[in-house]
Design a protein around this ligand. Structure first.
Ligand code: AMP
Ligand code: GLY
Length: 435
């Protein structure tokens, strides 16, 4: 079968590898935003074009004769690429535009949880003017978060005590959003440890993946600006060292209840990866946000461990037969680390050559924001390449990832602390102190 993969970051490289490992007869095509040499090597053809333009995507899918499309990033989901592909008779892994609101609209998600009595939601209110803002800040006191209501690449969120230090600063940010004609949500701030729990979903049945912890801050010790995610780890037991069995069960239950609510609301099911961003707190598991796709870097932690045929999973998501598929993951720990351009995320170096030739295990090297210029691999300005260490313990996996990522040459940096015993223990102690 011919499969169209949409997107060209490290997440899509991990998806391409999972497709490549499948025993199904296949020809993989990629519609990319940039020339990713890792994906190109696994594909019959990689075409660079506007992946957010539904008409262009569907024409391309028809040209190559694809019968299945897998959407990697959120932007094509937001513009309705999945709807247009289904209309053209092409099966899609990735929700239709209405259902993708679970990621694209923070108000939609908060309202859905409230309407269907799904646990894990904060106190919240939505605004499009300054009316009532100060009153609600006074209700929440010192612990609040202001979120722009739309896709902002993680940059629309301001957390009290981190990005905002007084109600006056909060009011100024809200005013900025009102001036931009933006809607926004103000909600209670949760205190605890974050984790990602992704589930394959065919509209009815969910199959859960191992839990993963991401690191959003650019610099060591969780300092500096927010990024798309500098690195992640997962544990051999598919939980995380700071989580209880109940935490995992609660997060899985919230994903299941959300998928059911979406089906009830729209009359058709959510087909794709439902990615809950959760916070473990003293008071149980809370939902921070939903994403309508695989996490990046989380996909690099879980897909290499998949002990099932990925094309079979994709077909069953589209066909609604996931119930019949035995989805298993190896009991291994993983650590993923990204190398990013110097100056990332605010003023990244661009167009400079990098050298990955010292990486030992190239099967666990994933290309992201790179390009080929005059025959040289160059950094294209965002997260550049990722490596994954896979071992029996987080600590061993960290050593592998650290060695590999440090061997990548160029004007790049990475976080040495991700997955280290010291940082993982700090997370455990933090949760112990809260519980
Ligand atoms: P989001 O774009 O909703 O994922 O938010 C980005 C980051 O802001 C999250 O990864 C959290 O670190 C933080 N955040 C968002 N909402 C909350 C909340 N209600 N409580 C605490 N932190 C939050
Ligand atoms: N790991 C964060 C994200 O994929 O949005």
């Amino acid at each position: 079968m011919k499969i169209l993969l949409i997107g060209s970051g490290a997440r899509e490289h991990a998806i391409a590898r999972a497709l490549d490992r499948s025993l199904h007869e296949k020809e993989i095509y990629c519609l990319a935003s940039n020339m990713n040499p890792g994906i190109a090597e696994l594909c019959h053809e990689l075409t660079v074009g506007n992946i957010n333009d539904s008409e262009f995507v569907v024409n391309h899918a028809n040209e190559v004769g694809a019968s299945l499309a897998i959407v990697g990033p959120e932007n094509p989901l937001a513009t309705g690429v999945a709807d247009t592909l289904w209309d053209a008779g092409i099966k899609v892994v990735g929700p239709k535009k209405n259902l993708a609101q679970i990621e694209t609209s923070k108000t939609f998600t908060r309202n859905l949880l409230e309407e269907y009595n799904i646990p894990g939601g904060p106190k919240y209110k939505t605004f499009n003017s300054m009316s009532g803002v100060l009153e609600f800040l006074n209700v929440l006191g010192e612990n609040y978060v202001v979120k722009y209501d739309g896709l902002a690449g993680g940059k629309g969120v301001r957390v009290s005590g981190e990005h905002i230090h007084s109600h006056n600063e909060a009011l100024a940010y809200c005013q900025e959003l009102v001036d931009k004609d933006g809607e926004f949500v103000i909600e209670e701030k949760f205190i605890g440890q974050e984790f990602s729990l992704m589930s394959f979903c065919d509209g009815e049945t969910l199959k859960h993946m191992p839990a993963v912890q991401d690191h959003k801050r650019a610099y060591e010790g969780d300092t500096g600006p927010n990024t798309g995610g500098m690195g992640t780890y997962s544990n051999a037991d598919h939980s995380l060292p700071f989580l209880t069995h109940e935490d995992i069960a609660e997060a899985q239950a919230i994903n299941m209840a959300t998928a059911k609510a979406l089906k009830n609301k729209f009359g058709e099911g959510y087909k794709g990866v439902l990615y809950g961003g959760f916070m473990a707190t003293a008071d149980g598991v809370k939902l921070i946000e939903y994403n309508a796709r695989f996490g990046d870097p989380e996909a690099m932690n879980v897909l290499p461990l998949l002990d099932a045929d990925f094309i079979e999973i994709c077909n069953s998501i589209a066909d609604g037969t996931l119930n019949n598929v035995d989805v298993q993951f190896q009991n291994k720990a993983t650590v993923c680390k990204y190398a990013v351009p110097e100056g990332y995320p605010d003023k990244p170096v661009k167009g400079k050559p990098i050298d990955v030739s010292n990486v030992v295990n190239t099967d666990d090297l994933f290309y992201a924001s790179v390009d080929i210029q005059n025959g040289h691999l160059v950094e294209a300005g965002s997260r550049t390449v990722a490596v994954v260490g896979i071992a029996n313990t987080i600590s061993e996996a960290e050593k592998i990832a650290e060695n590999e990522i440090s061997s990548v040459e160029g004007p790049l940096f990475h976080r040495t602390d991700i997955g280290s015993m010291q940082l993982v223990n700090k997370r455990v102690e933090h949760m112990d102190s809260l519980r």
